[in-house]
Structure formats: structure tokens, C-alpha cells
Design a protein around this ligand. Structure first.
Ligand SMILES: Nc1ncnc2c1ncn2[C@@H]1O[C@H](COP(=O)(O)OP(=O)(O)OP(=O)(O)O)[C@@H](O)[C@H]1O
Ligand SMILES: [Mg+2]
Length: 502
């Protein structure tokens, strides 16, 4: 039986210098319940959960377990009390194996869980919950989706009564999400409590009993799921009606911008990650790559953006073969890139927002006269980006790492889109964005298309593929299973192709 019957946060306030991330927040969750925690990017969800997990101390307020106040000084305290958390940004140690990562923090003594036993237990968990993980792989070899699965297995392994999941499904496929939800249902029946942060309102409606909505750090309401619909939740979050529809204007196809011919790319373990792949993208076209993460999309994107060598084949950007050049070279040919792992490749966390706003372009006009950086220009440009893309930040002088996940994402997207690239390579561009921001970004991609730009969109979200793409390829085990018009194809068929049937 779980030890935690009710968990309550009462009057929690937390500020970071000028920003009040949480203001007098109270809510509770009890055993056998799934609580949805909702709110726009920057509303304070992650901060609140980090307090519960012991990563931050609140300025005021209490945490009560079974009506008794508890002190949580660090994550070891919280784990000990039975609280587990899967974070929004991966916290795994890149150079360790999956098994080492999962055992980490479990006990300081390696004798309690010798490596063999850990491996065995991980395999059991993986099989039991249908979460595929290989204990012997190094974390840096894993895709985002695979890392997420490891995080979930890790938390289950540590035996949490209350499980906090901060946007766990952003990088999961629909099928993996269903599987995760099966696990959550089972955990619920066993008397666990789950706190789920998600921007995907359908998920909240599917799996949660109740939802609590934050806006600007405060609880602005809560609801029983059986009493609400998607648009009610959206309105509560954003404070206005959100339309989930886009106008795809007919656009005349331009000339070929990207021409990929027969490329083969090796992965980090020297396996063939991309296997003789060919496709082209025209100006005025959004071309999708649908597929379960870990099927070669990451390596394909890295090859196209100059981050990874190809073994054979050519990648032409407007007739110039850019294969095996460099990221800088490809960038300067007019290719923008929104990377999958934004914290690692999209920003320099310790620099200020304004530095990050011109990353990779600071050496060029108008930000530099080739001798000196023009900070006046850089600053006014940054301010405009923040305004246009509604990045919520105290100022452009904040360190980028202090922004919420979604707001970092908005800044990277804004930076890459507003350069008006000939080709934008976008990996999961709306992952982690709230409903309002998702609507905005999807419209931005459409408007780039209307202006004649090409977009290579990597997404596991079939809804996104269908809404945006003119054509989509489906990738499985490094190969393209087919190229099709997603609006003229049965969604079930795309799903099957993603699973390997042609
Ligand atoms: N370490 C920090 N230093 C300074 N400010 C911070 C820090 N952590 C969070 N903040 C600020 O607190 C506010 C809430 O951020 P938080 O990450 O909790 O939002 P969130 O609701 O999780 O958003 P998202 O949906 O984008 O992940 C933001 O304005 C953010 O900039
Ligand atoms: Mg967050």
C-alpha cells in the first residue's frame, strides 16, 4: 500500500529576483488520483514541482503529507518520502549507461544493487510496462524519446508513491503515449497519485481526474475533468478563446531548394542510421518526416544541417552539395535549424537572452561590422524577437537558462524563422509549447511557406503533420517507407507505416 494518502502544497510562494514564479499556490492530490497541472509557458508549473521535489526551497508556504508538515531539502528527501519526478529537460548523465543512470541515487552502496540485478530489474520493468530500454546503451546514444523512456523507468524503479511527470509525452509517439497511460492507470489503481503536466489538452481529458490551472504563478481555477471540455481548459489557461484551426493557402511550388539523393549516414554506434534516403523539397513546401523517434530522423537532420558526416550520397541546397561540410557553412547557405535537443544545441545556457538571440549570426551584418559587434542593433533586434514571439522574460538581459522551457523554445524558433531562411529544418518545433504558442508557431511555419521558403518538419505528432505538410515521408529503421500527401491518406495507414509496414 502506498504511504502517501494525501499530499498538499499550501500557500507556496517563490520568487527569482524580480520574477514571482509561484504566488500563494495551494492544491492537493490524493492516492489513486491523476491530477493535471496546466498553464501557459512560464506560468510556474515546473517551479512548483521542483519545490515539491526538493530542488528549490519556497520563500513561504508548506508541504503536508497525510496532513503532517514535511521538510524537503533535496531530491533525496523527496525520493525517501515517496515522491518521484520525471523532468522536462533530461537529467540523465550522458556518459553513463542506461543501467547506471537508473541505479544512480538509488543507494550509495553498489552492493545493494549489483549491475546484473539492476539490468535484470530494468528488463522486467521495461517488459512489464512496454517501455523499451536497453540497459547497456550509453545515454548520449539515445534519441530524446528513448531518454524519456529511461527517465520514466528510473522513477518507477525508485518506487515513487507520488509520480510527477513534467511534459512526459512531448517526445513520445501516440502509441507510446497510450502505453504510458496504461501504466498510469495501473499505478492509479494500485493507489499511486500522479501529477501530470502537459500542454496537450486531449491527454489531460483522457487520463486525469482533476485539473489545476496556473496563470502567472497563481492558481486561477480547478475543475473536475468530467465537467469540462477542451475549449474550457484552453480558455482557463490563456484567458481567451483559442482556435485550433489553420488556413493553408494554396501556394505555387517553387524551385527545388533541397535535394537529398541516396544518403547513407552512420549513427553513434556506427550502425547504419539512415539508409539510402532520397527526397526533395521545393520552395513553398512543408515536407514532413513522420516516424517514431530513434528511426534515423536525428541522424538525417544532423546530416542535412552539417552536424554529421554522410557516408555516401549528396545533399544539395540549391544545386550546391553541402554534404560533409560544416554547420556554419550550411547555416550561411540560408538553412535554419530548430534542433531537437534545444538545451544542448539551440542555446548557450549561461549567456544572456540577447546573445542567444543572434547566435550564429553575430558575426554577420547587421549585428557586426566585421570588426565590432553592434550591441545597439543586437539589443533592439532581441527586443523585437521577444515581442513578436511573445517570449515571457523579465528582460533581454536575463540569462537564457532562467526562462521556462517553452519560452526558450519560442526564442529559438523566433530567431530561426525571422532570418527568413530558404530552408528551415524544424525538429519537433511545437514540443513543449502551450496551446496559444503552438497555434502561433504553426502559423509562422505556414507563412514561411507562403513566402516561398521550404520547411523540413520532423514530428511524431500526426495532427501536426496533417495540419501543416504538403507531403510527408514516413521513416522506419533508417529507410523511407513512402512519401505521401497526409491529407489524402488514412491516418491509420501512416501509423502502420511508422511501425514498419509498407
Ligand atoms: N532558476 C530560475 N531563475 C530565474 N527565473 C526562473 C528560474 N526558474 C524559473 N524562472 C522563471 O519563473 C517563471 C516560471 O517558470 P517555470 O519554468 O516554472 O514555467 P512553466 O510553467 O514550467 O513553463 P513551460 O510550460 O514553458 O515549461 C518563468 O518566468 C521563469 O523565467
Ligand atoms: Mg516547465
Amino acid at each position: 500500500m502506498p504511504r502517501i494518502k494525501t499530499l498538499r502544497m499550501e500557500g507556496i510562494t517563490k520568487s527569482f529576483s524580480t520574477v514571482t514564479a509561484n504566488k500563494d499556490v495551494s492544491f492537493h492530490v490524493h492516492a489513486g488520483e491523476t491530477l493535471g497541472l496546466l498553464g501557459e509557458n512560464g506560468a510556474g508549473k515546473t517551479t512548483l514541482m521542483n519545490i515539491l521535489y526538493g530542488l528549490y526551497q519556497p520563500d513561504s508556504g508548506h508541504i503536508l503529507i497525510n496532513n503532517k508538515p514535511v521538510v524537503i531539502r533535496n531530491s533525496r528527501d523527496s525520493m525517501h518520502l515517496g515522491i518521484g519526478m520525471v523532468h522536462q529537460h533530461f537529467m540523465l548523465v550522458q556518459n553513463h549507461t542506461v543501467g547506471e543512470n537508473i541505479a544512480l541515487g538509488y543507494s550509495e552502496s553498489p552492493f545493494v544493487f549489483p549491475a546484473r540485478a539492476v539490468r535484470k530489474k530494468i528488463r522486467e520493468f521495461s517488459a512489464q510496462y512496454g517501455l523499451k530500454t536497453d540497459p547497456d546503451k550509453k545515454v548520449w546514444q539515445l534519441s530524446a524519446g528513448e531518454q524519456q523512456r529511461v527517465e520514466i523507468v528510473k522513477t518507477l524503479f525508485h518506487g515513487a508513491d507520488v509520480l510527477i511527470l513534467d511534459e512526459p509525452t512531448s517526445v513520445l509517439t501516440p502509441r507510446e503515449t497510450d502505453e504510458l497511460f496504461d501504466i498510469l492507470r495501473r499505478m492509479k489503481q494500485e493507489g499511486h497519485a500522479v501529477i501530470l503536466i502537459s500542454h496537450k489538452l486531449e491527454e489531460i481529458l483522457t487520463i486525469c481526474n482533476r485539473a489545476v490551472v496556473l496563470r502567472r504563478g497563481e492558481v486561477i481555477g480547478s475543475a473536475d475533468i468530467k465537467d469540462v471540455r477542451k475549449k474550457d481548459l484552453a480558455r482557463m489557461m490563456v484567458g481567451r478563446d483559442v482556435v485550433f484551426s489553420f488556413s493553408r493557402k494554396p501556394v505555387k511550388k517553387g524551385p527545388v531548394i533541397l535535394n537529398v539523393t541516396g544518403i547513407t549516414v552512420r549513427g553513434d554506434r556506427n550502425e547504419t542510421a539512415v539508409d539510402r534516403v532520397s527526397f526533395d523539397i521545393h520552395g513553398g513546401e512543408i515536407f514532413g518526416i513522420a516516424g517514431v523517434s530513434g528511426n534515423g530522423q536525428k541522424e538525417l537532420v544532423e546530416a542535412v544541417t552539417g552536424l554529421r558526416k554522410v557516408e555516401s550520397g549528396t545533399i544539395e541546397v540549391e544545386d550546391l552539395d553541402i554534404a560533409n561540410t560544416s554547420a556554419r557553412f550550411v547555416h550561411d547557405r540560408g538553412v535554419g535549424h530548430v534542433p531537437e535537443e534545444r538545451m544542448k544545441f539551440g542555446i548557450i545556457p549561461n549567456l544572456f537572452l540577447f546573445d542567444n538571440a543572434v547566435l550564429k549570426q553575430h558575426h554577420a551584418r547587421p549585428f557586426s561590422n566585421l570588426l565590432f559587434l553592434d550591441y545597439r542593433h543586437i539589443r533592439s533586434y532581441s527586443r523585437k524577437l521577444v515581442e513578436d514571439f511573445q517570449v515571457s522574460t523579465p528582460s533581454i538581459d536575463s540569462r537564457i537558462k532562467a526562462l521556462s522551457g517553452g519560452n526558450i523554445q519560442k526564442l529559438i524558433l523566433g530567431r530561426e524563422i525571422s532570418r527568413q531562411p530558404k530552408l528551415l529544418v524544424a525538429s519537433h518545433p511545437t514540443y513543449g509549447l502551450d496551446v496559444g504558442a503552438t497555434e502561433y508557431i504553426r502559423n509562422q511555419l505556414l507563412s514561411l511557406r507562403e513566402k516561398g521558403g521550404g520547411v523540413l518538419l520532423i514530428s511524431e505528432d500526426l495532427e501536426e503533420i496533417i495540419e501543416l505538410c504538403d507531403r510527408t515521408a514516413v521513416m522506419f529503421e533508417g529507410k523511407i517507407m513512402g512519401i505521401l500527401d497526409p491529407r489524402k491518406t488514412d491516418i491509420g495507414k501512416i501509423g502502420l507505416m511508422m511501425a514498419g509496414s509498407s
